[in-house]
Design a protein around this ligand. Structure first.
Ligand code: FAD
Ligand code: NAD
Length: 396
């Protein structure tokens, strides 16, 4: 047919926002839109530190895609993408093939291990509903194991590799969960260790030093030990090797040391840096006017020439811009340049505690925690309106 085919890969922040905008802006029969995702749900990645630690139910971090998109306007295909073939304008799924005129890649990133031996095999990552369920169950299992082998205190040492925002938000939750687990399993809290290992000279490198200091104080008070300026060199079945060969024994290593682009993008032949594509000003892959790349797979530079860190905030804004440009392309109208508008950063440190910068001001403690909640609720509202806010929004 002559109706252009738009295929969106991944129903994360970028893919969902593109879909929602397209279904609003496109006229009847103006384009055929297909959204492909591995699962029939969208997960709220920015909440995953909570179900990972077990301070929240994984159900609260996922939303069925059928509740988000209008299936009269967008075809949803639940499948896993196995290959992207830009030369043929095709996408190979585990169970079929799709052809496209416009492709939007929003498959999210992958854990970056920097080639550190053992991380892929022995460490766990906070990346999806399935990966956080594993972490939660694994942590509980260590308490159960310890009761049978009380000399194995390494079962009660929890190592978090990397003190970026993911690591910091996770240890905030884990520190809240430990007392509960100790009570439940009759374990002396003094035996439990949470060790956060960070290679850089500071936690949250690049963030406001006063807020970083505050965050560390809050977390130390909850029992977290920081090993700053200490790199993880290897991960083994018995723990991690750090610095100049010191071993920290642990059966639980959560790696939050960074994100890279999805391997499918490199494999498709796009030019990448750490798996990400340096997109043009309209968010397209260079040399491919019909391929847009969003979120953790895109590389966008600030006016000073430094790459922006990949965030949900950015992926969402890109989704809106991408949808606009798709509609404009179809209507032969000029495309709109993308520029990131930073609304701020707020990170939780567990119950009732957070740090953040928003509207050009610093926030900490209860006010920051409240701000974090407001951001979460705003997101639910944007993607699912008031019904979703009422179902998934946690007001207390
Ligand atoms: P994702 O949201 O990662 O979505 C990718 C989608 O693609 C998923 O649905 C996945 O299932 C699907 N997919 C992957 N591979 C395939 C395949 N082969 N076939 C089919 N489907 C596939 N950012 C912020 O701005 N603010 C925050 O507060 C914040 N908090 C965070 C907290 C945590 C614990 C973590 C881990 C990250 C946080 N981030 C935050 C970063 C943010 O989550 C990411 O930048 C964002 O999710 C990237 O969105 P995306 O659209 O690129 O992909
Ligand atoms: P990151 O890359 O921001 O942080 C990884 C940390 O691991 C860095 O501090 C790095 O120095 C450290 N590290 C790397 N190698 C190491 C090693 N061998 N040993 C010890 N430490 C090592 O990754 P992230 O925290 O997963 O964040 C990814 C993106 O998601 C970022 O852009 C972040 O801003 C965003 N995010 C935002 C929020 C929020 O706004 N609340 C929360 C989570 C993530």
């Amino acid at each position: 047919s002559s109706i252009p085919k738009i295929v969106i890969l991944g129903a994360g922040y970028g893919g969902v926002l593109t879909s929602l905008r397209l279904q609003k802006e496109l006229n009847y029969n103006e384009a055929d839109v297909t959204l492909v995702n591995k699962h029939d749900y969208h997960y709220i990645t920015t909440h995953l530190h909570m179900p990972a630690a077990g301070t929240d139910n994984p159900e609260n971090a996922r939303v069925n895609i059928s509740k988000l998109i209008d299936e009269f306007k967008i075809d949803f295909v639940k499948s896993t993408v196995v290959q992207i073939r830009p030369q043929d304008r095709k996408v190979i799924l585990e169970d079929g093939t799709l052809s496209y005129d416009y492709l939007i890649i929003g498959l999210g990133g992958e854990s970056e291990t920097f080639g550190i031996p053992g991380l892929g095999e022995y460490a766990m990552n906070i990346r999806s509903i399935n990966s956080v369920r594993l972490i939660r169950e694994h942590i509980e299992y260590q308490f159960a194991r310890f009761k049978r082998e009380p000399h194995r205190t390494d079962y009660l040492t929890f190592v978090v590799g990397g003190a970026g925002f993911t690591g910091i938000e996770f240890i905030g939750e884990l520190a809240d969960r430990i007392p509960e687990l100790c009570k439940q399993f009759d374990v002396d809290p003094a035996l439990v260790k949470i060790v956060n290992i960070e290679a850089a000279p500071t936690a949250l490198p690049g963030f406001d030093p006063e807020l970083v200091e505050y965050a560390m104080q809050v977390l130390q008070k909850k029992g977290v030990t920081f090993r700053i300026g200490t790199a993880i060199k290897e991960c083994t079945p018995d723990g991690v090797i750090v610095g100049e060969g010191e071993e920290i024994k642990s059966q639980t290593v959560i790696w939050t040391g960074g994100v890279r682009g999805n391997r499918l993008i490199e494999e498709a032949g796009f030019e990448t840096m750490r798996g990400r594509v340096k997109v043009d000003e309209f968010l397209r892959a260079p040399g491919h006017d019909n391929v847009y790349i969003l979120g953790d797979n895109s590389l966008v530079f600030n006016p000073e020439g430094r790459p922006y860190p990949p965030t949900a905030q950015m992926a969402m804004q890109q989704g809106v811009n991408c949808a606009h440009n798709l509609v404009a392309s179809i209507r032969n109208q000029p495309l709109k340049t993308y520029s990131f508008s930073n609304k701020g950063t707020v990170a939780s440190l567990g119950k009732g505690e957070a740090i953040g910068i928003a509207f050009g001001k610093k926030y900490k403690g209860r006010v920051a925690a409240w701000l974090k909640k407001a951001i979460d609720i705003r997101y639910l509202f944007i993607i699912g309106g008031i019904p979703l806010v009422l179902r998934k929004g946690k007001f207390f």
